[in-house]
Design a protein around this ligand. Structure first.
Ligand code: UDP
Length: 239
């Protein structure tokens, strides 16, 4: 007997870094295509998927601030970077025949639709993959916080956070091979232990809205759908 699908409506957070693959910067189209394939596979399971995409492969606001520039301007540049990535991911999904829409928190109507919760729910209800661009639309936030916010607004049953490794560890396992890996944690444990999986604001928002976080490797092809099927490897954060 096959396992029932674990969640019907999820939000996937893909960092900008995931899109650059082994390049040091920008977008590796082959990687974007592979991630799009993983999303298409989840859609075939009947799962409603929306996506928040980061921008760190192109620009982070702190890069401006750390060189004496204005942080707000830097964050505006970072938010624009997320729009570039959203258009790249939409292109990859469209090539696979997946109906996809980009909604930006910062209106740029010539390029994509503007975000509203109503529009997002309506597109998702029509079977489209919704990609949220522009983060929260505000400086001093991250796309992790945007992911928690959009997950709450969409009524997502889980926030899937695709990372470089296959779950949450006590320390960076790439630096310490003896770091402990967790299968299950509570939101409080993540916050109290200062585990670097998402920023504090994002974890607090998911805790308040009782949204589980599922941390898995974005580099494992098919991993997203495997977890939805109740297989695969991930750390589950829930209360
Ligand atoms: N950003 C912002 N407000 C937001 C989301 C993002 O100002 O709500 C900016 C910020 O400068 C950030 C950049 O966009 O550094 C890229 O986002 P993030 O670092 O979260 O991307 P990721 O690490 O996921 O690639």
């Amino acid at each position: 007997m096959t396992n029932p699908i674990r969640f019907q409506r999820v939000l996937l957070k893909v960092s900008g870094e995931a899109l650059m693959g082994s390049q040091g910067f920008g977008i590796d189209v082959a990687v974007a295509d592979r991630i799009a394939g993983d999303i298409a596979e989840a859609r075939k399971l009947g799962v409603e998927v929306s996506v928040v995409i980061g921008g760190g492969n192109i620009f982070r606001g702190v890069a401006v601030a750390s060189k004496g520039g204005d942080r707000v301007t830097g964050d505006h540049m970072g938010m624009l970077a997320t729009v570039i990535n959203a258009l790249a991911l939409r292109t990859s999904l469209t090539k696979l025949g997946v109906d996809t829409v980009v909604l930006s928190a910062i209106p740029m109507p010539e390029i994509c639709e503007s975000f509203s919760q109503r529009a997002a729910l309506s597109h998702a209800g029509a079977g489209r993959v919704v990609i949220f661009a522009g983060g929260t639309g505000n400086p001093f936030f991250t796309t992790d916080s945007a992911a928690a916010l959009r997950a709450a607004e969409m009524g997502a049953e889980a926030l899937f956070k695709g990372t470089q490794v296959d779950g949450i560890y006590s320390e960076d396992p790439k630096k310490n091979p003896h770091a402990e890996r967790y299968d299950q944690l509570t939101h409080d444990e993540v916050l109290q232990r200062g585990l670097a999986v998402m920023d504090v604001a994002a974890v607090a928002l998911t805790r308040e809205n009782r949204i589980p976080i599922v941390v898995f490797s974005i580099h494992q092809a098919g991993g997203f759908a495997d977890i939805l099927r109740g297989e695969g490897r991930a750390t589950f954060v829930s209360d």
